[in-house]
Design a protein around this ligand. Structure first.
Ligand code: ADP
Length: 632
């Protein structure tokens, strides 16, 4: 068994690999960029090496620096995780040429599967059913159009070098073909530097079924059953499960044995996934499942397979890379129960799934089920990388119990603030009748946006609960005296039995009239938002503070810090200038939104560390205001 391992990745997958390595007594080396200096994977590893600036291109994609780091720390092997360099055959070869062990398939297997058209041809030769279509060399638009007409619409144009849904266009009718081809080629050229395309029959009622395969250097190949990843948003997986709902024994046998043949055809070693597309208009049927592509790495969704088989796939990878045989034979592998994984992202579904970056001031993740994460409370979601927070993985005896467990976990936790998450969206998607019945297709989320995206504004009954909880238990007079708000009183007692309170959630302010006196358990605080959870969705409430009287984020005694990484777009004041409370000091653009940073009180600009156009990091001191009556 290898004794030391460098993990050429970050986030949850780096932490995941470190966990298994540690259990097996393997020393771990992390690599990190500027943004990840204090990241969890760095804290967890035995050793860590800085490999460059925050952009991935200058750090996690710098194969040369990663190999240097392995040599400098005496690591014997490199695990690439997923993404970044994991499917880069040249990097795999460079690792091997440097005398290190590559924890992954042979570079030739990665290459063979890298182009969709070549991979499909190879699978056809191995007797694996592939989606009907055109894979020819002739890329003349007229020829492509003729082939599309012959296949019959709708068809899908795919970039042969494609990935992540890029360079892919669905064409419903012949007269749309030319435009779709142009735009697919343009996108393919700019994303992959290769504008060749193939054409496939568009499968109606498509379900995404994939098979986990594993090979070793002794010529053994097994499968670890299938996963269903049909719940997708824009061709990106959202919720995955194993086994696939509605998969009968004959269909499973057909698809898993096709996957094993596919892996054998490339002498596959290590973990791989064969992706299939099924026409599920009539349920899952053996003669309606076709090879789509092979991923030559560990997948994000591998935990569901681990849960139902009781195996640790990272351990398998490390054993196979060490030259050992596969830990189990096909006969020794069985399915126990049902597992579901939901990908928790730092993004705001109500705002078009815009990533939500910044510090995870509050983060409570589920504790009773498996959670694979790369962050802890206090860490930051940076704009440089995939904004995944965690994967929530449940395992239960049956599918319906697994769905219930997932829902009950999402309903209590995760709670994150001020970073927004897609937890409410995950809840609604998993709770949808179609998902419960196990019949959803990859089109489900697109056609059910209304049902699955939680409203930006909290449901009306929540406002009343919030109002009661925010209502001061202290005497109202004392409360008023304590607030610095000029002339505005968010709370008015109409009589001892009734009160009127203005509260704010997001951009919405509501005036709530309440009867009865409060129970006295809560103390009002206009500054601290109160969080309430509705089916996974976190809503914040605070006592309404009119604009200009509020505080900026990151305010410490007049020190105004950048609340998130961004760009200074305007500086409205100069050093030494007198400013009034609420006056705009500068404007910061972050995540496509403008944030005004205002003076917390009357005073003087004692320090100014911002110029228009400057890129600033979260927490960076931008302006220091000293109060009127105090010397600096
Ligand atoms: P990429 O490599 O760009 O991710 P894939 O070939 O893996 O592209 O396809 C991505 C997704 O597109 C699949 O998961 C499936 O939802 C959909 N898809 C792919 N091929 C077809 C097809 N022939 N018919 C219908 N949907 C398809």
């Amino acid at each position: 068994m290898i004794r030391s391992l460098l993990i050429a990745n970050r986030g949850e997958i780096a932490c995941r690999v470190i966990r298994t390595a540690r259990r097996l007594g393997v020393r771990t080396v992390a690599v990190y960029s500027d943004a990840d200096r204090n990241a969890l994977h760095v804290r967890m590893a035995d050793e860590a090496v800085h490999i460059g600036p925050s952009p991935a291109r200058e750090s996690y994609l710098r194969g040369d620096r990663i190999i240097e780091a392995a040599k400098a720390t005496g690591a014997e092997a490199i695990h690439p995780g997923y993404g970044f360099l994991s499917e880069n055959a040249d990097f795999a070869q460079a690792v091997i040429d440097a005398g290190l062990i590559w924890v992954g398939p042979k570079p030739d297997s990665i290459r063979a599967m890298g182009l969709k058209d070549a991979a499909k041809k190879m699978m056809q030769e191995a007797g694996v059913p592939v989606t009907p279509g055109y894979l020819g060399e002739d890329q003349d638009p007229a020829r492509l159009k003729k082939e599309a007409d012959a296949i019959g619409y709708p068809v899908l144009i795919k970039a042969v070098a494609g990935g992540g849904g890029k360079g892919m266009r669905r064409v419903d009718a012949p007269d749309q073909f030319d435009d779709a081809l142009d735009s697919a080629k343009r996108e393919a050229a700019s994303s992959f530097g290769d504008d060749r395309v193939l054409i496939e029959k568009y499968i109606s009622s498509p379900r995404h079924i994939e098979v986990q395969v594993f090979g070793d250097s002794h010529g053994n190949v097994v499968h670890l059953f299938e996963r269903d990843c049909s719940l997708q948003r824009r061709h990106q997986k959202v919720i995955e499960e194993a086994p696939a709902p509605g998969m009968d024994a004959a269909t499973r046998e057909a698809v898993t044995s096709a996957a094993v043949r596919a892996a054998q055809a490339v002498n596959y070693e290590s973990a791989g996934t064969i992706e299939f597309i099924a026409d599920a208009s009539d349920g899952l049927r053996a003669d309606r499942i076709w090879f789509m592509e092979m991923n030559t790495r560990l997948q994000v969704e591998h935990p569901v397979t681990e849960e139902i088989t009781g195996q640790d796939l990272v351990e398998w990878q490390l054993r196979v890379a060490s030259g050992e045989k596969l830990p189990k034979t096909q006969d020794e592998l069985t399915i126990t129960g049902h597992a579901i994984e939901a990908r928790l992202y730092a993004e705001d579904p109500a705002k078009g799934f815009l990533p939500s970056v910044g510090r995870l001031e509050y983060l409570f993740l589920p504790e009773d089920v498996r959670v694979d994460t790369g962050v802890e409370q206090g860490d930051a979601i940076s704009p440089f990388y995939d904004p995944m927070i965690a994967k929530v993985i449940v395992h239960a005896p049956t599918r319906s119990e697994a769905v219930d467990t997932l829902l009950s976990e999402l309903n209590r936790r995760p709670i994150s603030w001020p970073v927004r998450t897609n937890a409410g969206f995950l809840y609604r998607a998993a709770d949808a009748q179609e998902f419960r019945s196990g019949t959803i297709t990859t089109a489900f989320l697109e056609t059910h946006v209304e049902e699955v995206v939680p409203p930006a504004e909290p449901p009306s009954n929540m406002w009343y609960g919030a109002a009661w909880n925010l209502l001061p238990s202290r005497p109202v007079n004392e409360c008023r005296a304590a607030t610095p708000w000029d002339g505005f009183h968010p709370l008015r007692l109409n009589s001892p039995e009734s009160a009127r309170l203005a509260i704010q959630s997001g951009d919405v302010v509501r005036v709530i009239d309440m009867l009865n006196s409060p129970n006295g358990n809560w103390t009002a605080s206009g500054r601290d938002p109160m969080l309430m959870l509705d089916r996974g969705q976190v809503y914040s409430f605070r006592i309404y503070e009119p604009r200009g009287t509020g505080t900026s984020h990151g305010l410490h005694d007049g020190e105004i810090e950048a609340p998130m990484p961004g760009k200074v777009t305007a500086v409205e004041v100069s050093q030494g200038e007198k400013v009034a409370q609420g006056q705009r000091l500068l404007t910061l653009e972050a995540m496509k939104m403008e944030h005004a940073l205002t003076a917390p009180f009357d005073g003087t600009v004692a320090e100014l560390n911002a110029t228009p156009g400057a890129q600033v990091n979260e927490g960076q001191l931008l302006v220091k205001v000293t109060p009127e009556d105090r010397p600096s």
